[in-house]
Design a protein around this ligand. Structure first.
Ligand SMILES: [Zn+2]
Length: 131
């Protein structure tokens, strides 16, 4: 299931503010059609209704590699070790507050990635096994 959220976007060309659906969460098992967009870094593509300028939202996307016990957070802006640790901590606190997740969370490999090349590699490995 794809988890989306309505976000406000400000067009970088004409400054118009508009609402768009941003992807928060993807389960690879169910959302095969999105893998291609993920690989090209174009998962969160939005377009200004006024001037048609296309932008890619800088947001983190949680990618569930089920049936593998692996969750990847892809965030192009999490370049530093500190930023990655911050996301790790967020995950740990979400897990701590959710009983179902707490059970599976401990066995789940949690990876924070910022570079598209590494994400691509993981997605290709996944497709090789489960396609
Ligand atoms: Zn615009």
């Amino acid at each position: 299931m794809v988890g989306t959220k309505t976000v406000e976007v400000t067009c970088e060309k004409c400054n118009k503010m508009y609402e768009a659906e941003a992807i928060d969460h993807i389960d690879l098992h169910d959302d095969r059609s999105l893998i291609r967009n993920l690989k090209s870094g174009k998962a969160n593509r939005v377009q200004c209704p006024k001037c048609k300028k296309v932008m890619y939202l800088k947001r983190s996307i949680v990618i569930n590699f089920e049936p593998e016990s692996k969750i990847v957070v892809f965030d192009a802006s999490a370049k530093t070790k500190a930023a990655k640790e911050e996301l790790q901590k967020t995950f740990a606190s979400v897990v701590a507050f959710n009983e179902t997740l707490e059970e599976t969370g401990n066995e789940t490999e949690f990876i924070v990635l910022h570079d598209l090349a590494s994400l691509k590699r993981l997605l290709e490995q996944y497709l090789k096994v489960y396609d």
